[in-house]
Design a protein around this ligand. Structure first.
Ligand code: 3PG
Length: 388
């Protein structure tokens, strides 16, 4: 693909697609990671003398209607604060707009009819707003939509921004020719929703560590009673197949509770026990201490680490020890580490470890699809455009 850094942008109208889809709580941004990651790209384009318009989606509003709860207004405010200058939010822009500012934020792309279906008509209008289109939204690169794919088809020039390039490079380093051993940690609640990831990773990783509800299905596959734990009985054969194909590490001791998820709170208590001692009325909630220590040891000796998904219900301290142990082990490891996914980022934030992980991806779904080996449509179109 062609890169933004190699373009002469002086005096040009540059349209940058970022993923500024940040979590909001009553209009307050709860994680600014994605905005912070986009800022260097915006600054670089301004330094090159471009007239910059940034576009993004936020949430999943209905097309064709303005909805205040999905407005990028909080993002414009945060950008203004971070950049120390007013960043105007342009509400109506698809058919053209005027602004004196050399930096504007365009209101949520998903308010426009045709965004989701990648309408050519809409994409052409977006393309008409720029001389150069910069795709920088790695987090949305798995979506073939008007603002990610269509616009790249019709813009005079379409290039990758520095964040997108950095993401692809970091993930490439893990997937293409990793320093070994390569250890992958896949946590989260369900085998079914991560099956393709587990399969892809089982082919390249020297060790696959599973956590959370996924680990529970493996615990059951080893013939253990799992009581009330979240697990997927139908996927036990898949778990067995994965174990036959590669070195899969799952819990051999666990922490359990009898409380039921509605009662979980910050004073909840968990009891550690061996995986073969779980009672019918108990629920696995975290790794046990021995498993956590074993997993930390494997991570410590890894040369490359790929991490997605927590290993327990880490929101509550009594259930967070497994996730905390692996997060800290990754942070302390000298290997090259890449982490991605919304819950994973929240865990990294909880223990303030972002600076100690080699690369923290801004992608959720895009990160997983890339790991699965899928071609991201918004990247594919840039490759096509680069061929001329
Ligand atoms: C994400 O948060 O994964 C991206 O911003 C994509 O959002 P979407 O799933 O609503 O397309």
């Amino acid at each position: 693909v062609k890169l933004m850094k190699d373009q002469d942008l002086a005096g040009k109208r540059v349209l940058i697609r970022e993923d500024l889809n940040v979590p909001l709580d009553n209009g307050r941004i709860t994680s600014t990671v994605r905005i912070d990651a986009a800022i260097p790209t915006i600054k670089a384009a301004l330094e090159k003398g471009a007239k910059v318009a940034v576009m993004s989606h936020l949430g999943r509003p209905d097309e064709g209607v303005y909805e205040e709860s999905s407005s990028l207004a909080p993002v414009a405010k945060y950008l203004s604060e971070k950049l120390g200058r007013e960043v105007p939010l342009v509400k109506d822009w698809v058919d053209g707009y005027t602004s004196d500012s050399d930096l504007v934020l365009l209101e949520n792309v998903r308010f426009n009819v045709g965004e989701g279906k990648n309408s050519d008509e809409l994409a052409k209008k977006m393309a008409a707003l720029c001389d150069v289109f910069v795709m920088d939204a790695f987090g949305t690169a798995h979506r073939a939509q008007a603002s990610t794919h269509g616009v790249a088809k019709f813009a005079p020039v379409a290039v990758a921004g520095p964040l997108l390039s950095a993401e692809l490079e970091a993930l490439g380093k893990v997937l293409d020719n990793p320093a070994r051993p390569l250890v992958a940690i896949v946590g989260g609640s369900k085998v079914s929703s991560k099956l393709s990831v587990l399969e892809a990773v089982s082919k390249i990783a020297d060790t696959l560590i599973v956590g959370g509800g996924i680990s529970n299905t493996f615990v059951a596959s080893a013939g253990n009673e799992v009581g009330n734990s979240l697990y997927e009985k139908d996927l036990i054969p898949e778990a067995q197949r994965l174990r036959a194909a590669t070195d899969v590490v799952f819990a051999t001791d666990v922490r359990v509770t009898k409380e039921g998820f509605k009662a979980w709170n910050h004073n909840s208590v968990a009891v550690a026990k061996k995986a073969n001692e779980i009672q019918a009325d108990e629920e696995i909630i975290d790794y046990g201490p021995e498993t956590a220590a074993r997993v930390a040891d494997i991570i410590k000796n890894a040369k490359t680490i790929l991490w997605n998904g927590p290993c327990g219900v880490f929101e509550f301290d009594a259930f967070a020890q497994g996730t905390e142990t692996i997060s800290r082990a990754i942070a302390d490891s000298e290997g090259f580490s890449v982490a991605g996914g919304g819950d994973t980022l929240a865990a990294i934030d909880k223990w303030n470890l972002a600076d100690k992980i080699s690369y923290v991806s801004t992608g959720g779904g895009a990160f997983l699809e890339f790991v699965e080996g899928k071609k991201l449509p918004a990247v594919a179109i840039l490759e096509e455009r680069a061929k001329g």
